[in-house]
Design a protein around this ligand. Structure first.
Ligand SMILES: Cc1cc2nc3c(=O)[nH]c(=O)nc-3n(C[C@H](O)[C@H](O)[C@H](O)COP(=O)(O)OP(=O)(O)OC[C@H]3O[C@@H](n4cnc5c(N)ncnc54)[C@H](O)[C@@H]3O)c2cc1C
Length: 391
């Protein structure tokens, strides 16, 4: 097999990149190790930035998102028994959309199967070789057979645990990492969300987030110790803890309860691998960087990477010039580090570290109070949350 761009991984990054390349007339093949049902059911992100919304619309994947997605004009920060609203359009002129990653993935897969390019499920990539040659090779197993895909370029969209990053030699690749001393216990519940907008709650018992997937499905998270078994939390315990962490001093907030349909625990990590290109191998999305989910940036960063990358491949295809491809790593890393900082800031401001002193708790409250009382501080949060321009 031979193609111009071999893409490893069919998450949001790989699927969108393949769609954009196909539209630009650049030949590509996408290899995904899981089956279609697994990829379409994997519960993850739910907040789309303006740039992500625009990119999905522009590539023809925005129709259902515009029909079923929930545009949001703000979020609430809740701390010290009170709440403050960040008004996105008022502060930035932008908004975000609540539309689950599972739905973005379903929409992109449906387009692929109808219009191409070639997408192979259950194609397990075992190695990427020849990054420093003109024809790198992807080795993979499909239908029980070992196969080889020869490419002009390989793009690793295979997430944090993928293989492509390891095609960049250890002496070249630099990694930067922070692991946080807490995780998120996330639930899906068949109950209408108790707030029209997301609530990020700081509480001495731990952080909590009220989010939603649709007008009838709530997505809620609790800060829990690392290594927590989701099965060790009963439904009753989860609702009780959510009540405690979202409580307002005047007692006016009531959290609606409903059947819990899913429980999972997500560890929190910040990670960046530099550079995002070595020879003919490029990385995009979680393969190159991870953020803790507090800033809602992971999916959006993956989309921004592949928008920049698709533009660079289209430029090469039409003009023969590799200048945009050469600039790819630097262009993306600038935005990646901004999002890394914002995600770190949101995470460390809203989560009490199990080891932290009362002094540090007071600093967190003071920071949140600053956002509540200063338009400049609130605008800084709103600008980062709704997303910086791509490219
Ligand atoms: C609980 C949770 C909540 C989150 N919330 C948000 C949020 O609110 N907002 C946000 O923006 N982000 C959020 N994120 C992050 C977001 O989900 C990820 O950043 C996003 O999925 C990255 O997309 P990706 O395509 O780069 O990687 P992935 O989605 O990880 O896709 C990688 C793909 O590669 C495939 N693959 C891996 N190895 C191989 C191989 N060897 N061969 C072939 N295929 C392979 C995998 O099966 C997978 O399909 C959240 C994540 C989690 C876990």
């Amino acid at each position: 097999m031979r193609t111009t761009v071999g893409i490893v991984g069919g998450g949001p990054a790989g699927l969108l990149l393949a769609r954009l390349l196909h539209q630009a007339g650049v030949d590509c093949v996408l290899l995904e190790c899981r089956d279609r049902a697994y990829v379409e059911q994997r519960q993850r992100a739910g907040i789309l930035e303006q740039g992500t919304i625009d990119a999905l619309r522009a590539c023809g994947a925005g129709e259902r998102m515009d029909r079923e997605g929930l545009p949001h004009d703000g979020v609430e920060l809740r701390f010290d028994g009170r709440g403050t609203r960040i008004d996105f359009p008022g502060l930035t002129g932008r908004q975000v959309m609540v539309y689950a990653q599972t739905e973005v993935v379903k929409d992109l897969i449906a387009l692929h199967l109808a219009e191409g390019p070639q997408l192979l499920f259950e194609a397990q990539v075992t190695a990427v070789e020849g990054a420093d040659t003109d024809s790198p090779v992807i080795r993979f197993t499909h239908s029980g057979r070992e196969q080889t895909l020869h490419c002009d370029y390989v793009v690793g969209c295979d997430g944090f645990h993928g293989v492509t990053r390891h095609a960049i030699p250890d002496g070249v690749r630099q990694t930067f990492e922070r692991v946080y001393p807490y995780s998120w216990l996330g639930i899906l519940a068949d109950v209408p969300p108790s707030s029209d907008e997301l609530i990020y709650a700081h509480h001495e018992r731990g952080f909590a987030l009220l989010s939603m997937r649709s007008p009838s499905v709530s997505r809620l998270y609790l800060q829990v110790p690392n290594g927590t078994d989701p099965a060790s939390w009963s439904d009753e315990q989860i609702w009780g803890e959510l009540d405690a962490r979202f409580a307002l001093a005047d007692g006016s907030f009531k959290l609606a309860r409903g059947p819990i349909t899913s429980k999972s625990v997500t560890p929190m990590r910040s990670f960046v691998a530099e550079p995002m290109r070595y020879g003919r191998v490029l990385l995009a999305g979680d393969a190159a960087h991870i953020v803790p989910p507090t800033g809602a940036k992971g999916l959006n960063l993956a989309v921004a990477d592949v928008v920049v990358l698709a533009r660079a491949f289209a430029h090469l295809h039409t003009t023969g010039s590799a200048e945009l491809l050469d600039a790819y790593s630097d262009t993306c890393l600038r935005r990646v580090w901004r999002a890394e900082h914002f995600s770190y800031f949101m995470t460390t401001t809203l989560h009490p570290d199990p080891e932290q002193s009362p002094f540090e708790t007071r600093l967190q409250i003071s920071q949140l109070d600053r956002i509540a009382s200063s338009q400049h501080a609130a605008a800084e949060v709103a600008e980062n949350y709704t997303g910086l321009p791509i490219g």
